[in-house]
Design a protein around this ligand. Sequence first.
Ligand code: CA
Length: 662
Amino acid sequence: MHKKILFILVLFICQNMFAQTEFDHYPVYAPNDLGLTYTKNASTFRIWSPTADAAEIIFYKRGDDSSVIRKTSLLKDKDGCWSVTIEADLAGQFYVFRVQIEKEWSDEVTDPYAKLVGVNGKRAMVADLKQTNPNGWEQDKSPDFSTENRPTDAIIYELHIRDASMHPQSGIKQKGKFAGLAEWGTTNNEGFTTGLSHIKELGATHVHLLPVFDFSSIDESKPGNAHYNWGYDPLNYNCPEGSYSSNPYDGLTRVREMKEMIQAMHQHGLRVIMDVVYNHTAKTIHSNFNQLVPGYYYRHKKTTQPPELHGRDTFSDASGCGNETASEMPMMRKFIIESVVYWAKEYHIDGFRFDLMGIHDIETMNQLSKALHAIKPDIILYGEGWTAGASPIPDSQRALKTNAYKLDRIAVFSDDIRDGIKGSVFNIKAKGFVSNQPGLEEQVKFGVVASCRHEQVHYPVKAYATTPAHVISYCECHDNNTLWDKLMLACADDSEADRTRMQKLANTILLCSQGIPFLHAGTEFLRSKQGVENSYKSSDDINAIDWSLKTSHKELVEYIRSLIRMRKEHPAFRMFQAEQVEKYIRFEEHAEPGTVIFTIDGKAMGDSWKNIWIAFNGSKLEKKLTIPQGSWHSFLPDNNAKAIVHDNITIAAYSAVILYQP
Ligand code: CA
């Protein structure tokens, strides 16, 4: 009996050990010349496929349906690679790979390292990448965004390429394209600026673009179809999306047009951040990764199934999209790091936002940060410190929000300040601090101090930041309802005027909080998606930014613009050490429920405002508050303070007061 149990136990352990270490025996290829190395005289192609018995490259005339030019075998190379050099100028030809593993040929797949692809990203293209550089590209420089260029000096503006220009009132000619965001001086019907000019005028420093790498959901061959997608379904990581270019068939055009857009943004003083999605691939079994090296690039569920099934039907799914990549595997880690470095160098990208970053392991993120900071010391990195499902890798090893302090110069989104301000995104009826919900004062204070330790903040979540630069402060992004829709849904009984005040207060809290502020495009003029919570494939009617709103809410735009200017002019709002936050911010201990009141020691931060006194009133009642002694000036343009009488101030419902001593 005992022997039998022991036998089963040993068998179980062996199976699991084998399952966990199966891929660990694969050789690792260190050089960074995977994919295509092109010159006019010769092209070398190299793939990593350590379990293959044979490998082929197939050349085509076109990126879609034309017939084969020829097939060539690849030869076994070192460390699991296969390669071939063809001495001819292959520019203009398209190619795919296939490998034979255990007598079976794989699908024909795109080169995972492809930098140029044809329509719908089905085949990689051979060409000289230098041809994609616009005039003056060698002189293109990322503009300074402050004197120190610290992450907390940034004002990030989150935007989807198509949303920016599709509306008739955008005044932008090249609608839905990279080129549309390179147009300068565009206006709506009443002459208010739109697109790139608007973002510059508002005062943002960084434009964060939703996915612009090649994703799979849009049929690029049908540009007439008004198909829309956010783009969180990666196909070719190192190529731009074709539907945003004027010609998705020619691999060079999309690259050149994306570079032209970045160049235009740089010329107008804006930096560019890319939203990247290395946490999963759109396809699973049939992805190029998985066809070339079955199972290797993904995590798998812990299972007692026989090892030969691994990589076939055991994919774990922390992304909620059918798979999750295994950043801890050396060749996946290498792929991710080389990919971001490529974008930073070739496209002059100034920052990255990592989708579901909580799936990636901390070690990969920190190595990646080190590599990117070596190229661009003021690059900005941040991500979602959560996942969409369970992962087999222990929490302690993944880039989760609670591990932010372990991350090297990488910030996490603070859902604490987001939900404190407006109420939980998971309950559309939930109200927040700005909409008269009591009990959220400490959560807002936790946001004000950018999730750093502060003895006056009593919030159940442990401080996870050890610098304000660890935190992205936001209350709205592309996910979930827009702030305006959320207020409509949760506060249907309140007047539109009151809801507008709530939206103003929400943005005031954000821009007065420490951390890196992040604005969703259109929040400055009450952008609505008509209550559609997950608009990832909704029509342009839902997603496109209605630029006529800029006319109807011009006071609000002006108000948010003035707050952005205040933040940029006053270092008191841009602390860069947790010690500064703890020492120089003091909360009023006996603030009334529904209010958050604090002072900032501006002098200690070298600010021209020696003392700053801020009060947020999220309640529906006007409040009479006591201000500290001394003579105070009011900052806010549409003075929410009704009257300052001696040391008393009356603050309107749903509003903020910012006072300062020069
Ligand atoms: Ca595509």
